[in-house]
Design a protein around this ligand. Sequence first.
Ligand SMILES: Nc1ncnc2c1ncn2[C@@H]1O[C@H](COP(=O)(O)OP(=O)(O)OC[C@H]2O[C@@H]([n+]3cccc(C(=O)O)c3)[C@H](O)[C@@H]2O)[C@@H](O)[C@H]1O
Ligand SMILES: Nc1ncnc2c1ncn2[C@@H]1O[C@H](COP(=O)(O)OP(=O)(O)OP(=O)(O)O)[C@@H](O)[C@H]1O
Ligand SMILES: NC(=O)CC[C@H](N)C(=O)O
Length: 629
Amino acid sequence: MKIAIAQIRVLSENCKQNFETMKSYIELALGQKANLIVFPEMSLPGYFNGDIWEQNSFLRECEFYNNKISELSKEIDIIFGSVGIDWKRKNEDGRVRKYNAVFHAQNGHFQINKKSNYPFWIKALMPNYKEFDDSRYFFDLRKLAFERRCKVIDLYEPISLKVEKKKIKVGVTVCEDGWSQDYDISPFKIYSSRYKHDFFVNLSCSPFTRGKQEKRENIFSKECVKNKIQIFYVNCVGIQNIGKTVFGFDGSSSFYNSVGDVIHLCGFFTEKLSVIDFDFAKKDVINNEKIKCLKTVSLVEETQKSLEYIIQKCLEEWKINRVVIGASGGIDSALSAVIFSRILGPENVYLVNMPSKFNSHLTINAAKKLAENLGCPYASVGIEESINLSVEQLENLKFINAAVQPQMTKLVFENIQARDRGGRILAALAQSLGAVFSCNANKTELSVGYSTLYGDQAGFLCPLADLWKHDVYSLAYFYNEIIYKMPVIPRETLDVIPSAELSAEQNVLENKGDPLIYNYHDFLFRSWVEHWERKTPEDCLNAYVVGTLENMIGCEKGLVRKLFPTVQDFIRDLERWWLNFVESGVIKRMQAPPVIAISPRAYGFDLREHIRKVVFTHTYMNLKKKLID
Ligand SMILES: Nc1ncnc2c1ncn2[C@@H]1O[C@H](COP(=O)(O)OP(=O)(O)OC[C@H]2O[C@@H]([n+]3cccc(C(=O)O)c3)[C@H](O)[C@@H]2O)[C@@H](O)[C@H]1O
Ligand SMILES: Nc1ncnc2c1ncn2[C@@H]1O[C@H](COP(=O)(O)OP(=O)(O)OP(=O)(O)O)[C@@H](O)[C@H]1O
Ligand SMILES: NC(=O)CC[C@H](N)C(=O)O
């Protein structure tokens, strides 16, 4: 039997385009004499569609194109993911009943699942953590069993195929159905306890994050060995977003046999149709094609490939072909410039240096050198005159009926510079060039609001917002040493102390820079954001006391005592940054541009935050009191 695995690029909401893609893959599969073609979860309507799922006209559009797919099944069985609709019933929000479903089309018609009596198979396990929101939109199989007063197992039945007079049974699961460790049922176990299957399919719409492929392989291999089954795992590629967070889908479609081997079929971040022979006797596939998988790629290469792929697809889908970047001579803007140049061509990446009296020749020269190395258009626009004008106007401004008058503090003056660059120069320049401008904030800065609102925090996208400062450096070195094999990012940029250069206290020539100690704070903040059990000052102080903090957050051994000689020093630093993280940090992240997600927890709407004031737990306060008194 020939099975075609269709790792297609899915566009959210665009049923028509997804239909056209699926149609072309079906034609290709027919050309290769495939008996069956399998598409990913929600391959027809897209998955991260936000509250578009509430619009009945969209549901009718999905139904229309679902039916058009079934018409293509006269000579090939088609299994694909889409929304299953029951217009006569309601979801618990009172809207039309919708299921995250799998359709099986055969001989021009949808097959009926005799157990549920629907012309589709229903997803049982609904992910509702992080970026996922399945229960908000879809009714699941466990709820349906409850509604019908039956057992979940009674709603399961395999898909039946007929190939050369042989009856074949296919177990159907949808993405999270395979990730059942923390649920009360395991769809693979239920299926295999009741029926004899020839193989299983798992239709996925599984976003990429760093290190995820290893986790997928562990989970699916274990299920195969435990239940003595074989699984075709079919995932999509492309990008989909949940508003402020853009996810990439890596595909990585594979076959898992019952001894736990993984045969990579389609590669990552690439569209591909893979037609393979399934050997019924051996219950295995023969695939001699050498396919590279994400597991064998280093962390920094995985970062480079995923970032470039996701940003490229964003620019393509949002129809952006020119970008303006404020090039400071620092590492963040330099890395942004490299990434955009590789995607759009250097001629479409406009670099602008905007010096004030606080910028050193070292960084000014580095910005120019970067443009020369990459071949980007470059210009310099001084901001001294305009910031002096702003200061003068504000200093002389007198409100009538006012309780206070403007106070031009050092901080106000610093922020005027950042806003002059972002809000005045870059925004206007971008529009005048038919371009957009990028926000180069990294995850460390974004964690604690170390950027200026409406200034360097403005832009159309934060390409680096899911990279800690040490990731920014690793990637910059990777581009120089491995990709370009020459220092396109100038040595000065890599060697200079990271600094905002907004005052004399941030003079890089005197080695004065940011207040952040990146080799410690990167790891501390990461424990507040990315750990599955997210850490708080209470956890950090407890760990500090028992001497396990470095181990817990993953920073260099011996660093904490070196940086903070006393417990008072440690607590002062912890509270300073925690306050910024929960107060100004949240306010700024709410107003920041969209983020490209590559880590297990990205800002935007992956981490759902609310505006708040800092509150310390009573355990923290008691421990602090004991340590300080
Ligand atoms: N709920 C709310 N909604 C909207 N706005 C709100 C707000 N609450 C306060 N605000 C406003 O926010 C202001 C504070 O935010 P903001 O104006 O950003 O200023 P702020 O956070 O006070 O200062 C910016 C910090 O970022 C650093 N920085 C700036 C630029 C570049 C770099 C670099 O690394 O290169 C670093 C700079 O050194 C400084 O420490 C308040 O004065 C208030 O007007
Ligand atoms: N003198 C400048 N000329 C042009 N753009 C600037 C200048 N100073 C700041 N910017 C813009 O503001 C952003 C924020 O500055 P920031 O100092 O955080 O980043 P960086 O200079 O790229 O890197 P680093 O933090 O390592 O110095 C920069 O990425 C850049 O786009
Ligand atoms: N679409 C889904 O059900 C995705 C959930 C799953 N755990 C994944 O990320 O792969």
